[in-house]
Design a protein around this ligand. Structure first.
Ligand code: HEC
Ligand code: HEC
Length: 450
């Protein structure tokens, strides 16, 4: 998925490049590149970047968050307030013990710091990604089984291994709490009368296990009751997504430095250490990282086989995108499904990715963003590595035997020195952005906007 098209982003931006005047304070060097005079009292790196590096820097600079036309409530203030409440509401889980924030801890950049998600009750054999910058992704989850943030938000609520609730329970919870019900109805539509005995206490559709009590309960409802109850979960998910759209962490030292490349401001150029600047040159050059981790989010969101080997704490079978695409086809809350506020978006996406997974997709995982990556150890879909140093060593040696199929051809062992490796890490550490507003880190007092 190449959503971020470099040529579009570059349109209209002045490059501080050799054919143009050099930025203030720098001079044109013998190789045709702009260079800052060396100074003793600043750690600004010399500006001896090639045109290619300058282009790459601009392409990586943070942009805003994209619109979400499939969620009509994405930027609605009341939906943000309701979603904020719901993110911290443990009644969305069957046991009443788990909230979104249990695994996406606001004080750990909205993840849990564990190799794989283990809440003491159940184990998900995957690493919990951060919820920050979720609204910038087209594909959610490691295997891309959701195509929007609101699709994603509906899923953990009904996932046995996460909140293990059902859409009937969610509709009861919202209906039975007067404050929540009022906030919901003011925003969306009247709730179904959940006090009517025709609505069982629990229930959801279950294509894989149609004989569970929950699935049988669900089957007792008429189509129109099923639609209204599913609609409640869709709306809850859209409110959650509206809140998550506030969890953005973009402007990082790297972005300040790119601005410095454009306007020549030495303070901005000092935002990156010389080591991080060398790391940047490797990232977009010899180390080849930018081939996959490009664009303003540091990912083109391709699903790729990086050839990771097995780990004792992981399942031996995790087919990644292959399974993700199958699940997406059955997903009630996809952007092309009945609850989408603009199904044309989803239809266009489907035309692009197709509806049938291919054998090559087995064992591929979404290329994650590298923004804020220093905050989200352990790394990879199964928490394979504890530190960024280990990740970089992996890319240098590629000495793991792929669990599935073949490693992507773009990955080849790298001829990098230990200093190069630490420069790459210094660069990755420069991608930590300013945190979201702290008021978003705690449960609010009510589901209403102030
Ligand atoms: C039991 C722990 C747990 C709970 C509770 C939980 N999540 Fe997650 N979350 C995960 C794990 C694990 C993944 C990755 C799963 C995968 O890729 O298969 C994930 C993935 C995500 C992602 C995708 C991020 C990305 O980069 O693709 C978002 C966003 C998210 N969760 C938000 C939520 C919201 C909203 C809730 C509450 C409705 C929630 N989560 C509840 C563990 C949890
Ligand atoms: C061929 C595409 C490709 C290239 C090239 C590539 N990566 Fe990755 N990267 C991925 C994918 C895919 C993953 C997730 C793999 C998984 O979990 O199965 C990943 C994961 C990562 C992670 C872990 C992020 C997290 O949140 O867990 C880091 C850090 C990383 N890459 C850095 C780099 C660096 C540094 C380079 C250059 C040396 C690089 N990558 C080159 C595709 C690529």
């Amino acid at each position: 998925m190449h959503r971020h098209i470099p040529s579009l982003l570059l349109g209209g931006i002045t490059l501080a490049a050799c054919q143009r005047p050099c930025p203030a304070g720098s001079t044109l060097g013998p190789t045709g590149l702009c260079a800052l005079p060396p100074t003793a009292d600043t750690n600004a790196a010399p500006l001896d970047l090639t045109q290619r590096e300058l282009d790459a820097a601009l392409e990586l600079r943070a942009q805003g968050i994209p619109d979400s036309p499939t969620n009509a409530f994405a930027d609605n203030t009341d939906a943000i307030a309701l979603g904020h409440w719901l993110f911290y509401d443990a009644r969305l889980s069957r046991s009443g013990l788990f909230r979104c924030a249990s695994c996406h801890d606001p004080h750990q950049d909205f993840q849990d710091g564990k190799r794989v998600s283990d809440d003491g009750e159940s184990l998900v054999h995957r690493n919990t990604p951060t919820a920050t910058n979720g609204p910038l992704y087209q594909w959610l989850y490691w295997g891309g089984r959701c195509d929007s943030l609101w699709c994603q938000a509906a899923n953990p609520i009904e996932n046995d291994l996460e909140m293990n609730s059902t859409r009937l329970e969610v509709a009861h919870v919202v209906h039975d709490d007067p404050s929540l019900a009022d906030a919901y109805e003011a925003l969306f539509e009247p709730l179904p009368d959940m006090s009517d005995p025709r609505f069982p206490a629990t229930g959801r559709p279950d294509r894989k296990a149609p004989n569970t009590e929950d699935a049988r309960n669900w089957a007792t409802l008429s189509q129109s009751d099923q639609d209204s109850v599913s609609g409640v979960l869709a709306n809850v998910a859209k409110a959650l997504a509206a809140y998550e759209r506030q969890l953005v962490r973009l402007e990082a030292p790297f972005d300040t430095w790119v601005d410095g490349l454009q306007d020549g401001d030495p303070d901005k150029l000092a935002a990156l250490s010389p080591s991080a600047v060398r790391g940047f040159s490797l990232f977009v050059g010899d180390a080849g990282c930018v081939q996959c981790h490009g664009g303003p989010l540091f990912t083109y969101e391709e699903h790729i086989n990086t050839g990771l080997g097995p780990r004792a704490w992981l399942l031996t079978e995790d087919t990644g995108r292959w399974d993700g695409l199958v699940e997406l086809m059955y997903e009630d809350f996809s952007t092309f499904g009945p609850w989408s506020d603009d199904p044309t978006v989803g239809d266009a996406l489907l035309a692009e990715v197709g509806t049938e997974p291919t054998p090559e997709q087995v064992g591929t995982f979404r290329t994650p963003s590298l923004r804020n990556v220093a905050l989200s150890a352990p790394y990879m879909h199964g928490g394979h590595f504890e530190t960024l140093e280990e990740v970089v060593q992996f890319y240098i040696f590629l000495d793991e035997e792929p669990l599935y199929g073949a490693r992507d051809d773009r990955l080849q062992p790298l001829d990098l020195s230990p200093r190069d490796a630490s420069d790459l890490v210094a660069f990755l550490e420069s991608l930590t952005g300013a945190p979201p507003d702290e008021s978003l880190f705690d449960p609010p007092e009510s589901p209403w906007a102030d």
